[in-house]
Design a binder for this molecule. Structure first.
Ligand code: AP5
Length: 184
């Protein structure tokens, strides 16, 4: 049973690796960024509320994202495993997730932190060019990452759930290193 959480700065490769592994293991890839972008595209109340935060590179309020994740993780296809990409992103979200997984009887999740230097992720994102990939918004996303999300590295280290993978190598090398790290 594979239950994985991807941590790392914007552009670290969380989405790329999560998608490849989820396809390989035939388990859902749950990306909060993708769900929010779809909600925005569909102009749902959630998407409309999230838009301003996403455009500025700020985090969408915890409660909105937590409700969305709860709704997704309680669907039947998560029974045989899942990969979370982009959640949790705050200590509050991590506490919420822990309580939710306890309630759902989902245990043994591992947390993969993709480690990539700022100058590399900035270059990758400018090249990708998503709507929130302008230089000023990328810099804000990185600040928010350092302030709100990086503390989760200590949080999960303390729980002995964290593995650190060098995300600054080829896609294939990163995938292999993740496989090795989570099988230890
Ligand atoms: P989200 O979509 O999660 O964005 P992010 O964390 O900024 O992550 P990215 O998608 O930019 O990067 P990634 O690490 O997935 O890298 P990727 O694989 O795409 O969130 C967007 C917004 O939604 C947030 O700013 C926030 O507003 C909101 N949000 C989402 N979750 C939230 C939450 N939990 N709470 C509150 N708000 C939330 O790769 C990037 C590029 O690099 C690609 O072009 C890829 O091809 C390339 N690449 C990847 N790996 C490599 C490699 N090894 N070598 C070379 N290139 C590579």
């Amino acid at each position: 049973m594979t239950r994985l959480i991807f941590l790392g700065p914007p552009g670290a490769g969380k989405g790329t690796q999560a998608k490849a592994l989820a396809d390989h293991w035939q388990i859902p890839h749950i990306s909060t960024g993708d769900i929010l972008r779809q909600a925005l595209k569909d102009q749902t109340p959630l998407g409309i509320k999230a838009k301003g935060y996403m455009d500025r590179g700020e985090l969408v309020p915890d409660q909105l994202v937590q409700d969305m994740v709860e709704e997704r993780l309680t669907q039947a296809d998560t029974k045989h495993g899942w990969i979370l990409d982009g959640f949790p992103r705050t200590v509050q979200q991590a506490g919420f997730l822990e309580a939710l997984l306890d309630r759902l009887d989902h245990h043994g999740e591992k947390v993969v932190n993709l480690d990539v230097p700022d100058e590399i992720v900035i270059g990758r994102l400018l090249e990708r060019g998503r709507k929130d990939d302008t230089e000023s918004v990328i810099r804000r996303r990185l600040e928010v990452y350092r302030e709100e999300t990086a503390p989760l590295i200590d949080y999960y280290t303390g729980k002995q759930q964290l593995v650190i993978v060098n995300g600054n190598q080829s896609l294939e090398e990163v995938t292999v290193e993740i496989g090795q790290a989570i099988s230890c």
